[in-house]
Design a protein around this ligand. Structure first.
Ligand code: HEM
Length: 185
């Protein structure tokens, strides 16, 4: 059941229509992306810091928030460059790893979805303030949603893999239990 990040990336790009036009548009704005990344990081961490639970996670260890700010800036800029292989295998591996790290820390969908919404909103405000195109906003929203899908899917995949390993259940049995469990709620 463990996900292949490369297949997942290709599937998401196809599903969300992340086209070669989107990629070219993002690349042509890469220096702007790098320029606004620190401001986006400020917006992101001030949002997370307002929530008691998330604030505690952010400050749980010495230097974590500082490290995070730097990784966020890189992450944000990478959405515009596609890393070294045009949103290919390096990009997919990196996004999968980011997902796994959040699962390990116990950050679930209830935290990640609003956090990504803040990124989309903050970047939208900057785009409008600077008269950037609606097309660039669309392309950015698409790649944000792909990145979000990676983090969310990691949660599901890791949970399922852990249950299967611990119990020895088959995938079929596990799926039936989920379906019947949902039916009783
Ligand atoms: C839009 C959603 C998010 C993005 C794009 C994002 C991005 C990242 C990135 C790029 C890393 C570094 C991964 C690495 O070391 O390879 C990271 C780690 C981490 N993130 Fe997030 N994050 C998101 C949501 C959250 C939320 C909601 C929290 C909750 C407080 C959070 C807390 C953390 C923590 C604690 C780490 C590990 C820091 C360490 O190295 O100790 N993240 N995140």
């Amino acid at each position: 059941m463990v996900l292949d990040p490369h297949d997942f990336m290709a599937k998401m790009a196809d599903r969300i229509s992340f086209t070669s036009e989107d990629r070219a548009l993002l690349k042509s704005s890469a220096s702007w992306g790098a320029e606004i990344a620190p401001d986006m990081a400020d917006r992101f961490y001030s949002f997370l810091g307002r929530d008691e639970e998330m604030n505690a996670i952010l400050n749980a260890s010495e230097g974590r928030i500082h490290r995070l700010r730097e990784t966020f800036v890189d992450w944000f800029a990478e959405m515009f460059t596609g890393m070294e292989d045009d949103w290919g295998t390096s990009y997919a591996d990196r996004r999968w790893r980011i997902g796994l790290i959040h699962v390990r820390i116990g950050i679930g969908p209830q935290h990640v979805v609003p956090a990504m919404a803040v990124v989309v909103q903050a970047v939208g405000e900057r785009l409008r303030a600077e008269g950037k195109s609606a097309a660039l906003q669309d392309s950015l929203s698409k790649i944000c949603m792909i990145d979000l899908a990676f983090i969310e899917q990691a949660y599901v995949e890791v949970t399922a893999a852990a249950v299967l390993k611990e119990t020895g259940w088959t995938e079929g049995l596990f799926r039936r239990l989920i379906t019947s469990g949902a039916g009783t709620m």
